[in-house]
Write a protein that binds this ligand. Sequence first.
Ligand code: MTE
Length: 312
Amino acid sequence: MLIRRPADVLPSEITSPELYARRREFLREGGRLALAAAGLALPWADAGAAALANVQPNRMKIADAPTRLKDITTYNNYYEFGVEKGEPAENAHRLRTRPWTVSVEGLCNKPRRFGIEELMKLAPLEERLYRMRCVEGWSMVIPWVGYPLSALLRAVEPQGSAKFVEFTTLADAKVMPGLRYAVLDWPYTEGLRLDEALHPLTLLTMGLYGQELLPQNGAPVRLVVPWKYGFKGAKSIVRIRLTEQMPATAWNKAAAHEYGFYSNVNPNVPHPRWDQDSERRIGELTKRKTLLFNGYDEVASLYTGMDLRKNF
Ligand code: MTE
């Protein structure tokens, strides 16, 4: 096991963002020992430490401060567990994340089913602090733990005809009360163009804040695409399929004029019912200006020559 499972983590061990941000400093300076001597329980100060030490340092440094772990884990969108922001944290504990498999199939030479433990070891886990922007006008900064999705896609060898990647997530009415309501066409599906899926910023994600994902955040494995609106980040993935045709996506099927396939964060393209040019960072009082591609300018070349008003 490379990172700790939620059940292993005591509430007393949950790190404050300030302490979290300084933990590498502490580790470097031997502060861990000093804190342990002072009786403070730290997430990395036990057997989990060895596993966490394998997580490579953040290669995507941004100046933004991380959002509080409490906000990240209690203010969620996961409609299978309810449409209110607090409902996933209340209901998602019913999700059983072991055993878990992800089938990778479609237009590839080596289609196969990966067990979650195997998936977690497929490539070195990295920690990346990413800005996330939700379509509803709020944003967070989350220290995700995962590796580029490209590592998994390369392992199955996409064929030349593959142009898109479809993600399908769990739909289990026994544990997901939200499936009773036809808000979306279940199971929740999402899609990326293959070059977007292979971009190094696109992360197959198993953890955050150095711990395994909690169910409400999409355990045991989800997608994170930081230059797109949050709904592209499909949670609790069970199937990944390489396709030639652009896959249908749950939100596009529900309201095509509101949610396009691309869904790049774009302050110049308002949502039909609200502007998209500013955002409220959870934990802050004043609004911020929303940046094109959520500030990740390195993805701009993926869309050269495309009209981003039409391809919203
Ligand atoms: N994945 C599934 N399976 N079901 C969902 O309802 N909601 C999406 C996305 N992934 C959703 C999902 C939306 S709208 C957002 S904003 C993000 O998850 C929220 O992720 P977070 O709760 O971890 O911040």
